[in-house]
Ligand binder design. Sequence first.
Ligand code: SF4
Length: 296
Amino acid sequence: MRITIDDHSGFCFGVIHAIETAERYLQDHDTLYCLGDLVHNNEEVARLKGIGLRVITHEQFKLLHDTTVLIRAHGEPPSTYDIARQNHITLIDATCPVVLRLQQSIFDFHHNHQHQECQILIFGKKGHAEVIGLLGQVDGQGLVISSEEELDRIDYTRPAMLYSQTTQELEQYYRLIQAIQDRYEASGNGALFLYKDTICRKVALRAEQTAEFARQHDTILFVSDEKSSNGLYLFNICKKHNPNSHFITRAEQVLDLPLSLAESVGICGATSTPRWLMEECAKRCQESASEENFSL
Ligand code: SF4
């Protein structure tokens, strides 16, 4: 059995930076608070908890004083920084530079065009940490659009500027842009509609890379967490290109899979899947292949 781990799978540089920042701090300290899960993967969160990371909610954050808190790659709204100042909390800011640039871009545009009553639209998931951080740049006055079904919420008599959460799908974003443009044209008001492509290519390119990887193997083991939306999205791509794809969250689950006839097994995962977990799955595959050979 040939077992290959996909080189494109696993953490993006933003998440790697946040995890390494936490690990560095915890080499010299017993505890570090982190505002929300550092990554959407229970196995990795458990590992980080084991070395002293304590995940807290925003409600708990408000009650802290004189301590240190990590901000994860998704970023935070300005109100979080205000609370930290008031409560003498030292922030270790691991916001991804791509998200920081997007926050700055939204902030600048909003403050330069406030007088034109321009609507700020954000294509994203309501309640997602990154989206909350982006809305904070416009004092909560932006409109979050999650799908084409919500386009009636836009006021087509006023100008609008559209941004995207960094992890949205490219194709879906461009379909949405076209649909909004059509509605502006149909309204005949002549109001200006602008957009900016703010999707992170580290994630956008994964779809095609995952499809290619899935086609190259007899069987695919897709390693992710059920709460990772990026994981569910990429797993569906695997399924489409290789019906023999299996979703697993832990290495032990490899033993329950029918792998005996597979000549090549490909192991891949989401942007939130740690490399060590995919390596553990590969090891289990190897062990189960050796046991099969032995029993024949
Ligand atoms: S997906 Fe892109 S924007 Fe988001 S944390 Fe990773 S590198 Fe940064």
